[in-house]
Design a protein around this ligand. Structure first.
Ligand code: PLP
Length: 350
């Protein structure tokens, strides 16, 4: 058919499975195993149905923007709020990566970056991680149309030091550098303070992992007001009302309960430390993780086999049939009990 010649064709991003089945142990999409802050539940119960008649407020004018601005000690004009960080990142690609020069990101990284580059027709070049899966800042010094990388990186979990992040930003002052901090709360140091110094740097975070609200879809970017204004201009030219009334209200409670947030992150970090010991004992190797997952490969049993055998036992982890990482599993840190069940299952498999 003639019209098909002009279709924007893309191979969409493939998220981890969301099985219908109940009673499974789900360690495949880096969701938080703990519920959102108690205030979120209370706010949900107290929500007035009549509010749903009205269009939602502009995110930057809401309590959520205020709560984030108080939490991070930056202005509300330094925060862009979107429907999960996927929406924020996608808007940032659309807004900032228009030079026609290739953008740079690692070869092993969040597998949405190449999808956005394809859909928006942004040329890109991937920069291989070194043998120990580290980002090499010196790879990001050639002329380019922008830089994006997660810190900690996904799916490796490796944290790049703040000095190295700054080195990348410093070497790329003529383009926008996006630091995707989806997992920063699990032991990393945020690059946020650098936004005061660098007008070309955007730090992106999300409520999906450390704040247990993946289903609510809230993400945000932080940067100097000029960057944020450009982002808002594009966002309001695509779809004005993307953040729904419920998300805007419930997100506030998650940000304000700092004690609960810290306690959840702390529990996950503790469970991760124990997981490192157990997985090492079972014959796995993995880079040091600063995220809520471990990227592990077994010395004798293939990742694919372990992945399939675990699934037969109703334990879901993530595996990619992809060069360089075929023999690795990405295992989300669950509760202590879920992880115990994992170790027991692994004991039999390996
Ligand atoms: C999970 C994740 C995101 C996006 O999460 P949202 O649910 O859209 O906020 C972005 N980047 C990385 C690296 C992630 O792992």
């Amino acid at each position: 058919m003639k019209w098909e010649e002009n279709v924007r064709r893309v191979v969409p991003y493939t998220p981890g499975e969301q099985p219908e089945k109940t009673g499974i142990i789900k360690l495949n999409t880096n969701e938080n195993p703990y519920p959102p802050a108690p205030g979120v539940e209370a706010a949900m119960a107290a929500m007035e149905i009549d509010k749903l008649r009205l269009y939602p407020a502009f995110p930057e004018k809401t309590e959520l923007a205020k709560a984030l601005s108080e939490h991070y000690r930056i202005g509300t004009d330094q925060i862009f709020i979107g429907v999960g960080s996927d929406d924020v990142l996608s808007m940032a690609f659309l807004t900032f990566f228009n030079s026609g020069q290739p953008i740079f990101f690692p070869d092993i990284t969040y597998s949405f970056y190449d999808v956005w580059a394809e859909v928006y027709k942004i040329p890109y070049e991937v920069k291989p991680l070194d043998e120990s899966f580290q980002i090499r800042p010196q790879d990001y010094t050639q002329p380019n149309g922008g830089v994006v990388f997660p810190n900690p990186n996904a799916p490796t979990g490796e944290l790049l030091s703040l000095d190295m992040v700054e080195e990348i930003v410093r070497n790329n002052r003529d383009v926008v550098v996006i630091v995707d901090e989806a997992y920063i709360d699990f032991g990393g140091t945020s690059a946020l303070p650098l936004i005061e110094k660098y007008d070309n740097m955007l730090v992106v975070q999300t409520f999906s992992k450390s704040r247990s609200m993946a289903g609510m879809r809230i993400g945000y970017a932080m940067g100097q007001p000029r960057l944020i204004r450009y982002l808002n201009d594009v966002k309001y030219s695509v779809n004005s009302y993307t953040m729904n009334t419920a998300a805007l209200a419930l997100g506030v409670e998650a940000v304000r309960d700092e004690a609960y947030f810290e306690q959840c992150c702390h529990k996950i970090i503790q469970t991760r430390t124990r997981a490192e010991q157990e997985l090492a004992r079972l014959g796995f190797q993995f880079p040091k993780s600063c995220a809520n997952f471990i990227f592990a490969s077994h010395k004798s049993v293939s990742a694919r086999e372990i992945f399939e055998r675990l699934k037969e036992n109703d334990i879901y982890v993530r595996w990619w049939d992809k060069e360089r990482i075929k023999n690795f599993l990405r295992i989300t840190i669950g509760t202590e009990e879920q992880m115990e069940a994992l170790y027991q299952a692994l004991e039999k498999i390996v």
